[in-house]
Design a protein around this ligand. Structure first.
Ligand SMILES: [Zn+2]
Ligand SMILES: [Zn+2]
Ligand SMILES: [Zn+2]
Ligand SMILES: [Zn+2]
Length: 797
């Protein structure tokens, strides 16, 4: 996803392997990015471009006028089956393929408004009705949508508007002889009903305008840092020849304190599973599968069921017209015609392009001049550590007495006043690690960027009135070098933007505990977040709302301690050898964090979530290839290979059970899971992660069967395993507690529910702060529990 598609990757690697040794050497030993780029670029042949363009064509991102009727038909099928979410997404796909101001687009919007209506999304429904009308919704169908509009307005308590819509309907249609008698009657009946509804509502004293607005008050940094934008005054920027730039605490920090709140400088949505239809002309050219690209705004990453597509392509979709317009002005007018190519070349290449497009808006001439001078200057591209050598041991911008004179030392990425900001200058100064990447990788990046530059040039010559500043185009090579630098930076500096996606299981809606999982929504660059160093047991927690990253202390951090976050390899998810390997190959450093030191030097026993136990006495087994019982009185011993294969068999059975659960075969799932658990007890420790997985699946199955008590019992066992593995105040425990709270809530176990809600809230608050969806849900549950009579209530109030 981040890198180009495999076909292009292997094509380029093949090309590299066939290059004469002398040329390989030239590229391998060049330490200036400019040389790498120019050499590689000169090797890009027309046949390479043809190959790449053929791959790009596999992604159909244009508008296909035959697609909207197909998607509308498919959407109607879902609608009939009362799968309104499914229907909404298919109508959206139809909309994305329609040209503006066509009957197709207006019909799709109108149908989507109906699906949204049944999902109780009245505001969105109203917007879609307006859109349908704007794009020329047929006159004869108008009464239908206007009745729907009135229903929405009544439900939302906007009674005056509702009354007006009824009057419009009456004057425009009711009297029209064009309506068939039967239609006329239906309309009349509906009008009467709605008028009554308006009256009834009008009599109620209650107001319906109180919509839940999210409180963002606690979301702001208590005191913004003067030295680093987007950071709190509790941290300070330091620099050191070994560590590079890093942040330390300037005072004691409590768990949950917000330390960084930064909007991405650039982000690109991860399209999710979107296999190219490489074989043209296949019938399933119109994909009905749902991807992230269908559910999240391509600019602000908000979740939405009612996307608005770009007028020029079927790929880019947004949450609103505002986002569409902003994306167009900032970057999409250049990217729109390159959709297939960008999907082929991968997210890193896309981010590289978008970063340079965004740079245009920051005093473009200055940035470009800077690019020209820095890139033509070889020093800039030599190993970045040289920059650091000059400034070793100096604090940021500190004016100190050295050799009898005052010196002011700049930190890379800061402006002349020593301020570090979320801007292109900071992005440009992130380390590219040019000397650490393999020559093949550099060649792949350089060739991909060259191909992109050629396309930009071609697109530019087609339309002379381009919006890009001429300076960028006239110096296409400089632009290319800048993009290459970004591509190389991304391996170490790309930040995955994640979100929690709730997947409901089959079965009735109320009967389920939602199963949440973290998904990677987008990739972005956050210059301030990038200042943090890695630890396998970090003292912070990162989360995202839209494109904004927040970093909170996950534990107490003493004054002077370094602020650390985890780049991915966390000690509770990966063994020390795998972590070290991952960090070395991707980030080019050897981790010396406390967790790594402890595990490396003391050869600690395998963690309990991986431990086997004796099937004679239940004690933990110990040893290497042959394990023996830890109990003095027991002589049992067994080979690790045997246990490993036993575990694999079990894993397979659990997989089958989970599949049964997904397809709604609940009794069979319970049966198999109970057998699995029995099997697990014979050789796995009670805290083994596999045991946790089985308990979690059992909890879900019983929940789906409506047996709250059994479900809760199993979920509590799963919770214990998660606690042992991730720690009692970890975000993972927070999610388990959230599930458990939902269970007790749905089962009307009020004291248990209240207790669990509070525990979940406490844990999740530290990691996410008050604006998180789960926190909000918990608070709704709590207020409901505190002043509710014991009557059945659904989880989504
Ligand atoms: Zn948006
Ligand atoms: Zn477009
Ligand atoms: Zn480590
Ligand atoms: Zn034993």
């Amino acid at each position: 996803m981040d890198l180009p598609v495999d076909e292009w990757k292997s094509y380029v690697f093949q090309k590299w392997s066939l290059l004469p040794k002398s040329i390989q050497d030239t590229i391998s030993t060049a330490d200036a990015l400019r040389d790498i780029f120019l050499h590689s670029s000169s090797l890009l042949q027309p046949e390479d471009e043809i190959f790449l363009n053929n791959l790009s064509r596999g992604y159909f991102v244009g508008k296909d006028p035959n697609a909207p009727p197909f998607y509308r038909e498919e959407g109607n099928k879902k609608f009939q089956k009362k799968d309104y979410v499914g229907a909404t997404v298919l109508y959206s796909k139809g909309i994305s393929h329609s040209r503006p101001h066509t009957v197709d687009i207006s019909l799709c919007y109108a149908n989507r408004s109906a699906a949204l209506f049944y999902l109780d999304q009245y505001e969105m429904c109203l917007k879609d009705i307006t859109r349908a009308q704007m794009h020329g919704y047929p006159e004869r169908l108008q009464p239908k949508v206007m009745l729907r509009k009135t229903e929405c307005l009544v439900t939302l308590g906007r009674l005056q508007e509702a009354g007006q819509t009824i009057r419009d309907l009456e004057s425009n249609f009711a009297a029209k002889p064009t309506l068939a008698a039967a239609q006329f009657q239906i309309l009349q009946r509906n009008l009467c009903r709605l008028k009554r509804k308006v009256q009834e509502k009008g009599n109620l004293t209650e107001t319906y305008t109180a919509t839940l607005t999210k409180t963002f008050e606690d979301m702001d940094l208590r005191e913004e840092n003067e030295q680093i934008s987007s950071a709190s005054s509790s941290v300070s920027l330091c620099i050191d020849p070994l560590k590079g730039r890093y942040l330390i605490a300037t005072k004691d920090i409590l768990p949950g304190e917000l330390l960084v709140k930064e909007d991405a400088f650039v982000s690109v949505l991860n399209p999710g599973e979107m296999p190219p239809g490489l074989h043209h002309g296949l019938e399933n050219k119109w994909d009905t599968r749902v991807t992230n690209g269908d559910l999240y705004c391509h600019r602000c990453l908000k979740h939405t069921l009612a996307t608005v597509p770009c007028d020029g392509c079927s790929y880019a979709k947004y949450c609103s017209n505002e986002c569409m317009q902003q994306a167009w002005d900032l970057y999409h007018q250049i990217e729109c015609s390159l959709g297939g190519l960008l999907l082929t070349l991968g997210i890193f290449c896309h981010i590289a392009l978008r970063s340079t497009l965004l740079a245009r808006f920051e005093d473009a001439s200055k940035v470009i001049r800077k690019l020209c001078s820095e890139i033509s200057n070889k020093d800039m591209c030599s190993p970045e550590s040289e920059n650091l050598v000059q400034i070793l041991n100096y604090d940021l911008g500190e004016e100190g007495e050295r050799h009898g004179k005052t010196v002011k030392i700049p930190v890379p990425g800061c402006d002349i006043n020593g301020k570090y900001e979320n801007n292109y200058n900071a992005v440009f100064n992130l380390l590219a690690h040019t000397e650490n990447h393999s020559p093949e990788y550099k060649f792949l990046c350089a060739l991909s960027v060259s191909a992109l530059c050629r396309q930009l040039e071609a697109a530019d010559s087609k339309k002379p009135e381009t919006a890009a500043p001429p300076a960028l185009y006239s110096e296409l090579n400089i632009w290319g070098v800048a993009m290459l630098k970004h591509m190389l930076q991304l391996q170490c500096n790309a930040q995955a933007i994640t979100t929690i996606q709730e997947t409901a299981l089959s079965g009735s809606k109320e009967n389920n505990v939602s199963n949440s999982r973290q998904i990677r929504l987008a990739t972005g660059i956050f210059p301030v977040v990038s200042l943090l160093n890695h630890s396998c047991s970090p003292n912070t927690s990162v989360s995202f709302i839209s494109t904004v990253a927040t970093i909170r202390a996950s534990q107490q951090i003493g004054k002077g301690q370094e602020i650390l976050h985890c780049y991915g390899p966390h000690y509770s998810r990966m063994g020390v050898a795998d972590r070290q390997q991952k960090l070395r190959s991707q980030y080019f450093f050897d981790c010396g964090c406390p967790a790594c030191q402890k595990e490396k030097h003391r050869a600690v026993a395998r963690p309990r979530w991986e431990a086997f136990c004796c099937n004679q006495c239940g004690e933990l087994l110990q040893g290497g290839d042959v394990l023996s019982c830890g109990s003095m009185s027991c002589t049992e011993s067994v080979s690790r290979d045997h246990l490993t294969s036993q575990l694999q068999d079990l894993q397979q059975q659990v997989g089958i059970a989970q599949e049964l659960l997904r397809s709604g075969k609940l009794e069979q799932a319970v049966q198999l899971l109970l057998e699995c658990r029995h099997d697990a007890e014979s050789f796995l420790s009670a805290e083994h992660s596999m045991v946790g997985e089985i308990e979690d699946a059992l909890a879900q199955t019983y929940a789906a069967l409506g047996d709250w008590q059994k479900s809760a019992t199993h979920l509590q066992k799963s919770l214990r395993v998660v606690e042992v593995r991730h720690g009692p105040s970890s975000v993972e425990v927070g999610h388990e507690l959230f599930k458990l709270a939902q269970l007790f809530f749905n089962g009307f176990a009020i004291p248990e529910a209240l207790n669990t809600v509070e525990r979940a809230e406490k844990v999740l608050m530290v990691h996410y702060g008050p604006c998180n969806d789960e926190i909000q849900e918990l608070q709704k549950m709590k207020s409901c529990l505190l002043n509710s009579p014991p009557i059945p209530l659904g989880p989504s109030l």
